[in-house]
Design a binder for this molecule. Sequence first.
Ligand SMILES: [Zn+2]
Length: 227
Amino acid sequence: MRAEGAGIEYTLVRSRRRTAALVISTDAVLTVRAPLQMPLSRIEILIGEKIRWINRKILEQKARPSAGVKQFVEGERFLYLGHEYGLRISDDIKGSFCFEDGFVLSSRERARAKELFVWWYKREARRIITERVALFAQRDGFRYQELRITGARRRWGSCSAQGSLSFSWRLVMAPLDVIDYVVVHELAHLDHCDHSSRFWGRVRALYPDADRCRKWLKTNGPALDLI
Ligand SMILES: [Zn+2]
């Protein structure tokens, strides 16, 4: 349910919990999780008490890089390997979509723009990540079973106990050194199926820039998306 308290719009979710909690989502919206019986007046008081914290969190979330909603219009910028490239809508290209130091979309295909972008990102992710996995697997002596490109939103990569590696196609929007870090991270899971200190020691030994890349993903990860 949508509601408003202390001049702030929020989403109210009631459940069988004992105390109320305030959450600011990554799109800077306040959600109040409250017990079933808690009166609205009590919730409003809580919001009033926490108003400074709420406003600070909302500003923080708004300042974060985010993907925003894509319109697929002329001149709009899209990420690829850590760089932004403009989109051109053209009446005379042969196919539907191509990349020539920028994205070009046929004006006839506007309605399918998102689909075509995702198709292209997936293809590029498969090409580049396959290459990087092969490179680091050979360099560091890892053997893996298979490599999959997934649509995962918040997991950049994963490694199954059977030795199959998965990577999100969204990763191809990140700079190559960040992709390499995720690749080495997942390869290291072939030897360590956890995030123990031994695992991190191994990752840092194989990829000295790991901590910086990890931080980069934490800050910029939400922007690596098409919404
Ligand atoms: Zn991991």
